[in-house]
Design a protein around this ligand. Structure first.
Ligand SMILES: O=c1ccn([C@@H]2O[C@H](COP(=O)(O)OP(=O)(O)O[C@H]3O[C@H](CS(=O)(=O)O)[C@@H](O)[C@H](O)[C@H]3O)[C@@H](O)[C@H]2O)c(=O)[nH]1
Length: 384
């Protein structure tokens, strides 16, 4: 099966492209390489030294004999997108090609506008290109658990059945996202849902939680295939950041009380979930939603786990509760369903001491590349 991975040079996209290629899918990568440019503009770098995409793909072919087609360009340019789809003729389109950092979207007006235009227009272009020429291909779109926010009731997978004034309906689950980035994903979901309804397209929205880890079978094969690992205050995410902070002797940065609870998953499960979604396509006209995470943790509990694992390997780990730069609940109910991917065969890699151990050792290996000035959060959600 031919799968186009949009955003295939990023953290989830690169790991997914190689995983699918290894399993016999014919893979193309479409990417405008802008993620590397954002790092340059912010003056940050991934913990791991990543090779240019062309070298990565060449090395993959040398090692495995499998080729990956590369299309460098921007999906907000409809002509480029449409030409690429005609050249590659994908049966599934996996879409990771968005600005995915909440803090980046909250830097200022310009970054908020960029995030929403980039994400919403890119996805809308894909929907139109599918409607015009590829109405049978399956869109597998990266959404986010953050679309739901933190409601005081259980979170269902995409839809909730409500009884109101004696009548009953199954409706999209209410959305209460916590950043202009997370809002862009909500806007995408609405657009995709509508396109499925009016044009009969098939789509799966994967509401993913926070991803951790760095090694997959494929990216671990060779130094040239290494994946990116962000630790900075803008693109770094909770658990990965904590492991790198522990490795360099920086106190762990828990924002506020640390009772914020989120869904988490290992990057090895991200790639498998993508394959499961592709191998079991949505029906024509169906807008399907899966919640893509394997475990729930509070940020405070994660910090404690990293501290314990760090101390066990001889690191001195402190936990700091910083004033929260975000506006979010720091203690709340959170219970989200995640049975659909499990029902389709996902066998989770749950967070374990050995994973924390290997992530801490990995971070220690590259710790000389860390810029200490990039650890603390610099973007505030508040006015002034
Ligand atoms: O050093 C840190 C970093 C984060 N947090 C807290 O940890 C939680 C998660 O923050 P995060 O930066 O790890 O993740 P988030 O901003 O939510 O975004 C990430 O995780 C999302 C899934 S979810 O969180 O919405 O389920 C994806 O959509 C995004 O693309 C990805 O960047 C927040 O409450 C945040 O305040 C800390 O306490 N300390």
């Amino acid at each position: 099966m031919k799968v186009l991975v949009i955003g295939g040079d990023g953290y989830c996209g690169w790991a997914t492209a190689l995983y699918l290629s290894n399993r016999g899918y014919e893979v193309g990568i479409l990417d405008n390489l802008i993620r590397r440019h954002w790092d340059d503009k912010l003056g940050v770098d991934t913990l791991t030294p990543i090779a240019p995409i062309q070298q990565r793909i060449r090395r993959w072919q040398e090692l495995t004999g499998k080729s990956i087609d590369l299309f460098v360009g921007d999906i907000t340019n409809y002509e480029f997108l449409s030409k690429t789809l005609h050249k590659f003729e994908p049966e599934a389109i996996v879409h990771f090609g968005e600005q995915r950092s909440a803090p980046y979207s909250m830097i200022d007006r310009e970054h908020a506008v960029f995030t929403q235009v980039n994400n919403v227009v890119g996805t809308l272009n894909i929907l139109y290109a599918m409607k015009e020429d590829f109405p049978d291909s399956h869109l597998v779109k990266l959404g986010t658990m953050g679309e739901y926010g933190t409601p005081n009731i259980d979170i269902e997978e995409g839809y909730i059945t409500i009884e109101h004034n004696g009548r009953k309906d199954t409706l999209p689950y209410p959305k209460q996202p916590g950043s202009f980035y997370h809002l862009s994903k909500v806007h995408d979901s609405h657009n995709i849902h509508f396109a499925c309804k009016i044009w009969g397209l098939r789509a799966t929205d994967l509401n993913q939680g926070v991803v951790y880890g760095v090694l997959t079978e494929e990216t671990g094969m060779d130094e040239m295939l290494i994946n990116r690992l962000d630790y900075d205050g803008v693109f770094g995410t909770a658990l990965n950041r904590f492991c790198i902070q522990a490795a360099i002797g920086h106190p762990l940065t828990v924002y506020g009380k640390g009772g914020q609870t989120r869904g988490f998953l290992d990057i090895r499960d991200t790639v498998r979930c993508m394959e499961i979604a592709i191998a079991n396509p949505a029906e024509a006209g169906q807008f399907r939603v899966f919640n893509q995470f394997t475990e729930l943790f509070s940020i405070g509990d994660l910090a404690m786990m990293v501290k314990k694992a760090g101390v066990a390997i001889g690191l001195d780990v402190e936990i700091n509760h910083l004033q929260n730069p975000r506006v979010e609940l720091e203690e709340h109910y959170f219970n989200a369903k995640n049975t659909k991917l499990l029902d389709l065969g996902l066998q989770p890699h749950y967070l374990s001491d050995s994973l924390l151990d290997s992530l801490l050792n990995f971070a220690t290996k590259y710790k000389d590349r860390v810029d200490m000035n990039q650890i603390l959060p610099t973007v505030s959600w508040r006015r002034g």
